[in-house]
Design a protein around this ligand. Structure first.
Ligand SMILES: *Cc1c(COP(=O)(O)O)cnc(C)c1O
Length: 357
């Protein structure tokens, strides 16, 4: 059932500027919102994007019962709009929510909020191939309460804005040997707000040293590689795509899972196994490691050009038509073309656009 829509009385949409990618990082006109209290979801709707009332004692503001997702709607070459892998993002959202003691969001509500918002704000989806409408589903404990407890009231929302990736040049990343993003038994696998706050200070230090991002290592020995910023990492070692296996310290990226599947289809061998920092250093120097790249919703596939290990920057060669390029092209074909061999795209049809608005 589509969510009821209360259209905004004014629009900030400059359609030409959005379509051409000139207008980015601004919220679209509408948002989806639903309230949870006393064990049930109520009043899901789409309304004008605006500030939300939040009591200063809201539990989420103090104890970080806050979980989010990041996904995208793409404008295909034929003008239609597709949303990438709603089901899989929903699965992960609920996994994160369970870890934070927050109630799950039923698939219908999640999908109706996302697809309904994209239908209403379809004019905000820029043209490809680098741009997309970024979608940010999130949930926060809204109950007003002084003491530390699991909240009984929540807000689930979806907000959106046209977006284009920041990095176009290969990334410079720093292997982190001191700070920790995620420890065994912790919350690293959840897309919960606190993880990102805790990563800011070490990331700032790395950026002061000229790096774009941190390559996190395991919390106990700092000797095996985990992931980087808000992307999972992959290496091409002797022609095989190698990526660290999923544990509770690594975020289960939708792009990671999709890239592994695409690589297999392309006939590129893949393996999920641990990679040590020593193996990275030696492999890049000997030439057995030919590529390193990040995979995530924000940048799709982002080549890594240099890795700083204990103060020494090791450069990776620039590989034209390498695995990163092939994966990036395959993603673009699925998202912007009209072929969807995996059934990953949810089409926002013209009909649903007209019926909703
Ligand atoms: C979101 C995120 C990723 C990438 O996940 P995608 O679903 O591919 O966008 C990887 N690592 C972290 C820490 C993240 O927050």
């Amino acid at each position: 059932m589509p969510l009821p829509v209360d259209l905004s009385s004014s629009s900030r949409l400059d359609a030409a500027a959005v379509r051409s990618g000139k207008l980015t990082n601004v919220p679209s006109d509408h948002m989806a919102i639903a309230e949870y209290s006393h064990g049930e979801w109520r009043k899901g709707r789409i309304q004008a994007y605006r500030p939300i009332p939040m009591p200063p004692f809201a539990l989420g503001l103090h104890y970080a019962q806050i979980v989010f997702e990041g996904m995208k709607a793409y404008r295909r070459t034929d003008g239609s709009i597709g949303v990438f892998r709603t089901e899989r993002h929903h699965d992960r959202f609920n996994r994160s929510l369970r870890r934070m003691c927050m109630p799950e969001v039923p698939y219908e509500l999640f999908a109706d909020a996302i697809h309904g918002l994209v239908a209403v704000d379809h004019g905000w989806v820029p043209d490809g191939p680098d741009s997309a409408l970024y979608l940010r589903p999130f949930m926060i404990a809204s109950e007003e309460r002084m003491g530390l407890k699991v909240a009984d009231e929540y807000l689930f929302m979806v907000i959106a804005g046209p977006f284009r990736p920041l990095f176009s040049r290969p990334l410079r990343i720093k292997v982190e040997r001191e700070y920790v993003r995620a420890a065994p038994g912790g919350t690293g696998y959840a897309k919960c707000a606190g993880n990102y706050a805790a990563a800011m200070y070490p990331t700032k230090l790395a950026q002061q040293d000229g790096y774009d991002q941190i390559l996190w290592t395991d919390a106990l020995t700092h000797s095996t590689v985990e992931e980087s910023g808000a992307t999972n990492v992959m290496f091409v070692i002797d022609g095989t795509v190698v990526t660290p296996p999923l544990t509770d310290t690594i975020l289960d990226g939708v792009t990671r899972a999709s890239a592994l599947e695409i690589a297999s289809t392309l006939g590129i061998p893949t393996v999920e196994r641990s990679v040590t920092v020593d193996e990275l250093r030696d492999g890049i120097r000997s030439g057995s490691i030919t590529e390193a790249f990040g995979v995530g919703t924000a940048a799709s596939v982002a080549p890594i050009g240099s890795i700083g290990i204990d103060g020494v920057d090791i450069e990776l060669p620039n590989v034209p038509n390498g695995v990163a390029q092939q994966l990036k092209k395959a993603f673009a074909d699925i998202r912007f073309g009209n072929e969807d061999p995996y059934g990953w795209m949810h089409t926002i049809s013209e009909r649903s656009v007209k019926e909703t608005v």
